[in-house]
Design a binder for this molecule. Sequence first.
Ligand SMILES: *Cc1c(COP(=O)(O)O)cnc(C)c1O
Length: 498
Amino acid sequence: MSEPVIKLPKKKSTKDKVLGKMKEIRGKDARWQEGKTFSLVYYAGDEVLELLKDAYNMFFSENGLNPTAFPSLKRFETEVVSMTASLFHSDKEVVGSMTTGGTESLLMACKTARQRARDKYPEIKEPEMILPDSAHPGFMKACHYFDIKPVFIPLTEDSRANVEEYKKAFTKNTILAVGSAASYPHGVIDPIEEMAPYALERDVLFHVDSCIGGMMLPFAKKLGYPIPKFDFEVPGVTSISVDLHKYGYAAKGASVVLYKNKEIRKHQFFIFTDWVTGGIYGSPTMTGTRAGGSIAAAWAVMKYMGEEGYLEIVDRVMKTTKKLIDGINAMDGIHVISDPDMSLLAMASEELDIYAIGDEMAPHGWVLDRQHMPPSIHLTVSNGHTMPGVADKFLSDLEEAVKKAKKLSLNKVTTSLLLKGAKGAAKVLPENLMSKLTALGSSMTGIKGDALPKRSAAMYGMMGSLPNRGDVKDLVQDFMDQLYTVPEDAIDEDNLDS
Ligand SMILES: *Cc1c(COP(=O)(O)O)cnc(C)c1O
């Protein structure tokens, strides 16, 4: 019987050795401190970072599972929910929960809708949820977990949900409809004002996914940006998700899901009163044990920033976004898709291979996310990118990358392959993992060695050209197996000395 490659060390080590090794291991991580990553890290400056760490550490050991043992956490959580609610035209009836992130907030909103339908409309056996094509995959995860049928509706030219199609999608099984404010892929707000009241007339819940937009849009509106109505002021909106660990600049593991009232939220809670030999158990969200640190840090950063602090950051971020959009649109060959309502944007090209442009940005340290249908590169502009020089450097590197992409012979082929119906798994495949995908792609396509494309642009093209979408899913499945398994060739550094 072969054993796991990495085993629990035989002997104890020292704090210095362990931390020293971890410092070494992180050497190849993305350099977010220089504003070179988009989306994964939100940085509001060193003072905020220190505050978050201190607050987190202060409540490092406490557990949000049982707020009666830790009244401090109960206070932080309820106040974080209330402060968040105060940004979205809430009345006092609005309630909510803190979750570990946007996905959990979406899961809870969907579970709540399903549970409400079970209680109120038991005749619905196959519940359906209406989703614009641009909705976050977290909703699909909810469908997958809670056995809800997703009903997708297409977008209009401007990347927003098509209201006509939306209205046609309702059936007697519809339990929930969704709009994004803003959508992650193109940064635009769905026409919530036209969508939510239609759901209300049918007693269908309506969730606004403001995971990414929630801590930007209310402030952008105050600053005078034209933000359409999207929150509880629109009749029919019954829940809103807001991530604090994105534009709230909180520590990771902090999001809020808000409900119009307790009557709706009660369907979210899980209560088990008959645990044989155990006690009475009540849990508001997905997780059992909850880190006190992320709850405390969220409270700390909101109290520290206040409206004034968020307005300052949002002002900088919106100005930087405009600079990037104008800069990109001024370049020959690439453009920004649609007209983003906030600080998210996608760059695309009609004639060049946009993924090749992304590849050319990598040597300069830029970590960029790929999107497909249509192929694009996504930027989440946040405070880190407002630091002096970052946007200018991005634009000059991009200009150079566009020039190089124009010279690449490969690009035409790749792009046409992609446009032929690519549904690549681009989002889950970061650049530095492409080599593994290459090996997998080799075994699946039969293409070997030098004939295999080396660049990620071509890899996405290859994935897109696989005729069977099931193959792509298998490819991603294998890839994820690899991603979450210790590699075969890993060395067991038992005593951390090597
Ligand atoms: C980030 C995001 C989510 C998911 O949030 P996580 O914190 O990554 O789980 C959901 N919806 C939108 C629009 C997002 O941008």
